[in-house]
Ligand binder design. Structure first.
Ligand SMILES: [Mg+2]
Length: 103
């Protein structure tokens, strides 16, 4: 579990946003467009713990929706950067979330 995020004031689910290119799927080399199962496990970990999971992409809403569907991930798909999640999971350094997790 992730006790470091627990506190008595936390009554709402965390909002966690996952990038697509380079994060949920590889974007270069022989593995291009294949799933990053380590990150997909992380996605399911948070979702199974009742957190609110989002998928977004610099490639736009339709692109993010297409990959959410292809990967079978149930998430709210939104425009990248349209709100500040508790955790932004991305393959590059970003300043999009309260916590920015580079993977
Ligand atoms: Mg990316």
């Amino acid at each position: 579990m992730y006790k470091f995020l627990e506190n008595e004031e936390r009554t709402k689910p965390l909002k966690i946003a996952f990038d697509v290119d380079g994060t949920l799927i590889y974007k270069c080399g022989e593995l291009e467009d294949t799933p990053r199962y380590d990150i997909i496990r992380l996605f399911h970990f948070f979702k199974d713990n009742g957190e609110d999971v989002y998928i977004w992409s610099g490639g736009g809403l339709d692109y993010a929706e297409e990959w959410a569907s292809r990967l079978g991930l149930e998430a709210t798909v939104v425009e990248k950067g349209c709100f500040k999640p508790d955790i932004a999971v991305d393959d590059i350094n970003v300043d999009l979330g309260i916590i920015n997790l580079r993977v």
